[in-house]
Design a protein around this ligand. Structure first.
Ligand code: GLC
Length: 465
């Protein structure tokens, strides 16, 4: 990795989650992944990150054997993709799910189409979750799609569909593995039934590399390798570095997230990864000088959970997208498909509604950078000679001050207004901020976007309001 400016993260490896076995799923790990301190990107990294920064919005998909159980075991509701661990399901019993995985309704073009129509530019899907089951035809294990009645490689179908649709295909891949005999440690509750005699991490690491090699050789160009499950003490910084380097060797342009980092008690000097991964949260003021992507569920689980109907509303989801963009980050919005290969109805409806909004307002999200306003009653993004304002509470008074905006607005209009009728701008003067005089009714019922055009790159100074 000589000469390459590293963009990396301290927290991933230093979060104190190194307890040898996790009794329950770390559901609220939130900001454990958020803090990041590393040098600014070099030119080579800027080129490699360009499509990802432009994209701003992607789809996360958690799908696997656990989707069959739909969060329920022995009449109890349990945690979706963590169910083997949280319900203490023995390995052989869980293994019987392989014979039941038959997603006859799976249509990769349909999934990718829903992502694209929602304005998403990439899809990150579980190639393997912590349970160890591979959705691809992994020649190094039988615990994979090949052994199911369905047989057909999911990764091939997804990668082909993404290529056809012009979206980037990205792989989630769990480092932790509750199935492979060489992954250590065992879950505490199964220590008695799965002895560790003869288990060797070095052999597991070879398996992991061999799996990643297939994922990066057999499916064309991959946008991101999104690792996870790296927090047990057996996974070291050196192992993480070797994995990172292997990914870049196999595909020099691939982007790798910060969860390849190893466990460590103290911050490491050369933390790994290209972007930070806040989970179920958006950092309060973004993460300055750092690429980051918030991954967030639509309801309260990553994998399919039949009993979970606690879906966020469409305005709330659009609000998350607006918030991440206005803070300079990406949003990876999760879907937990059913075992038959369909998305939950609630997710389908929400994706369509987000898509309708993005169809009108997408230019205010894609390719933008963070808000220039430090004190304003609205969120905004910036792109070249434009600023986009996101107005959720359309002001009754009819005016909206633009605090600290120094550059004169040349033209203002609402993206949802088909006629693009000009919105009047009050020049300010005598120290007063420029202000918009808005029409009476909000052009968009959820969140109206007002585009401001300037003769050059706009300047905003603090202390406006
Ligand atoms: C956590 C969970 C995992 C989920 C991931 C998504 O690491 O263990 O189930 O896939 O978060 O970020």
């Amino acid at each position: 990795m000589a000469g390459m400016k590293r963009r990396a993260f301290l927290e991933a490896g230093a979060v104190g989650l190194g307890a040898l076995a996790l009794p329950s799923p770390p559901r609220a790990r939130g900001n454990l992944w958020a803090t990041a301190v590393f040098p600014p990107a070099g030119a080579a990294d800027d080129a490699r990150m360009a499509w990802w920064r432009e994209a701003r919005f992607g789809m996360f998909i958690h799908w696997g054997l656990y989707s069959i159980l739909a969060g329920e075991w022995m009449g109890r509701n349990d945690y979706a993709e963590w169910i083997r661990n949280s319900a203490h399901i023995p390995l052989d019993v869980y293994g019987r799910l392989v014979a039941r995985f038959n997603p006859v309704k799976f249509d990769a073009d349909q999934w990718v189409g829903m992502a694209k129509d929602a304005g998403m530019r990439y899809v990150t899907i579980t190639s393997k979750h912590h349970d160890g089951f591979c959705l691809f035809d992994n020649r190094l294990t039988d615990f994979c799609i090949r052994s199911t009645p369905y047989k057909r490689d999911i990764m091939t179908q997804m990668a082909d569909a993404c290529r056809r649709a012009g979206l980037k295909q990205c792989w989630y891949h769990s480092i932790m593995d509750w199935h492979h005999p060489d992954w250590l440690p065992r879950r505490d509750w199964e220590a008695a039934t799965r002895p560790v005699d003869g288990a060797r991490m070095s052999r597991y690491v070879r398996y992991l590399h061999g799996s990643v090699e297939q994922l990066l050789r057999n499916y064309g160009e991959i946008g991101v390798m999104w690792f996870d499950g790296q927090w047990e003490q057996t996974w070291t910084h050196e192992m993480g570095r070797a994995l990172y380097q292997e990914c870049r060797r196999l595909q020099p342009s691939v982007i790798v997230n910060n969860r390849c980092e190893g466990w460590s008690q103290a911050p490491v000097a050369d933390p790994l990864g290209d972007f930070s991964t806040p989970e179920q949260e958006i950092p309060a003021t973004g993460l300055k000088g750092v690429d980051w992507e918030s991954c967030i569920t639509m309801n309260d689980h990553w994998g399919f959970c039949a009993a979970d109907h606690d879906f966020k509303s469409v305005p709330a989801l659009i609000g998350l997208l607006v918030e991440t963009s206005s803070k300079g980050g990406n949003l990876l919005l999760n879907i937990g498909p059913r075992a038959d290969g369909t998305f939950p109805d609630e997710s389908v409806e929400r994706l369509a509604a987000i898509g309708r909004w993005m169809g009108v307002n997408g230019e205010a999200i894609h390719g933008t950078s963070a808000s220039l306003f430090t004190q304003a009653p609205f969120r905004s993004t910036t792109k070249g000679n434009r600023i986009y304002l996101f107005i959720t509470d359309w002001p009754e008074a009819g005016t909206l001050a633009l605090p600290g905006l120094r550059t004169p607005v040349k033209r203002a209009y609402a993206l949802a207004d088909q006629s693009k009728a000009a919105i009047v701008v009050n020049a300010g003067g005598a120290g007063a901020p420029q202000a918009l005089i808005l029409p009476r009714n909000a052009p968009d019922p959820v969140c109206s976007v007002v585009a401001l055009e300037f003769d050059g790159p706009p300047e905003v100074t603090g202390g406006g309001l």
